[in-house]
Write a protein that binds this ligand. Structure first.
Ligand code: ATP
Length: 355
């Protein structure tokens, strides 16, 4: 990351479509050189926000400040930024080289110079040299993704905006490209702003993540902060499978959990609210041979188990709740379905969140 100075300041930005506030008073500073990802479910306003930052949409209120200058009225093609779309928007009847060189040609760069630069960029995005003359329609999905990246980099933008560029790509290749994109960010030192509905994807790549819900930016933090201290139930559940136990604080400081018919110990710094949710990640849950082995324990029965590569996930029925437990394969539970089991966790591995 850069020296901490914001390259982009988003100041109370709003976008209204008729009665709908698609983006509602969002403020955020983006640090020069960081990889910032906006995550949220469909319809939360991610694309609209990014389009306003890229100059493809005008804000209804607020300011977009780029390197100290308000750019609200500057059109996309006059900004030192560039957008990589989900659809990639490549010129299908052109070659890889012609696609990459497009912005250079527009700027009047000579044919020879363009080719040199295109070759350099193909190397950066790991496309073989002989792809220069290949038609883009003859490239695979992953290769087309690389062409789009090289084409975006060719205009040497200060900020690259990414609108779910990997969402149409199959899982294996997507995982691979996430790593490549993070490496590309490191190699180029540019500011990347990325949107996705997958918090998992955001976690892999980003320096910081912003969570959007119904037009609001509700939490901003490093992946670690978001993971370990989710703001509310929405954020915690957005991170994939977690145990979210509805609780009510009792007079002695313990938490009553009706679903489990249990009294649980929870974090002391638990905020002001007397009701909320204790969130415990599946990997923080343990199979106990004795209740005293953890701060909290719950009795249940093993409903099913699922092999997930290096991990095994278990569903344990306890009271009216299905607890999710995850273990490394070498620490797998040695037993069978329908076993009576005791599941436990420590207070330090739980977070109390609001609704
Ligand atoms: P997705 O992940 O599905 O792309 P998103 O978080 O990017 O969703 P947006 O595309 O920003 O969400 O849309 C936010 C809200 O604004 C949605 O309710 C959408 O229907 C609405 N919206 C977006 N663009 C327009 C438009 N041009 N006119 C009217 N409503 C719009």
């Amino acid at each position: 990351m850069g020296d901490g100075a914001p390259i982009l300041e988003i100041k109370g930005i709003t976008k209204q479509f008729g009665k709908l506030l698609a983006v509602n008073n969002v403020s955020l500073d983006i640090v020069d050189g960081e990889f910032f990802t906006i995550v949220g479910p469909s319809g939360s306003g991610k694309t609209t926000l990014l389009r306003m930052l890229a100059g493809l949409e005008k804000p209804s209120g607020g300011d977009v400040v780029l390197r100290g200058n308000v750019v609200n009225d500057v059109p996309a093609n006059k900004r030192p930024t560039c957008m990589v779309f989900q659809s990639l928007a490549l010129f299908n009847h052109r070659t890889v080289g012609q696609n990459i060189e497009f912005s250079l040609k527009m700027r009047g760069v000579s044919r020879a110079e363009r080719k040199v630069r295109a070759m350099e960029l193909m190397k950066t995005v790991r496309l073989p040299e002989d792809y220069y003359a290949k038609g883009v329609t003859k490239c695979s999905g992953g290769e087309r993704q690389r062409v789009a990246l090289a084409r975006a980099l060719a205009s040497d933008p200060d900020i690259m905006f990414f609108d779910e560029p990997l969402s149409a790509i199959d899982y294996q290749l997507r995982k691979h490209l996430e790593v490549e994109l993070k490496d590309l960010h490191r190699e180029t030192g540019k500011t990347f702003m990325y949107i996705t509905h997958s918090l998992e994807e955001a976690m892999v790549m980003s320096d910081r993540i912003g969570i959007m819900q119904a037009g609001h930016l509700i939490q901003v933090g490093t992946p670690d902060e978001i993971y370990s201290r989710p703001l509310n139930k929405f954020v915690s559940e957005f991170m994939g499978e977690v145990n979210t136990l509805g609780v009510k604080r009792s007079a002695d400081g313990k938490f009553e959990c009706a679903e489990l018919s249990a009294q649980l110990a929870g974090p002391a710094q638990a905020g002001n609210s007397d009701t909320g949710y204790l969130v415990i990640r599946p990997e923080s849950m343990r199979f106990l041979s004795d209740p005293s082995e953890a701060d909290n324990h719950v009795k249940g029965s093993l409903f099913n188990e699922y092999a997930m590569g290096s991990r095994v996930q278990y569903h344990v029925r306890a009271g009216g709740y299905m607890l999710v437990v995850e273990k490394l394969r070498e620490q797998a539970y040695q037993g069978k379905i329908d076993d009576d089991v005791i599941i436990g966790w420590d207070v330090k591995d739980s977070v109390l969140v609001s609704d």
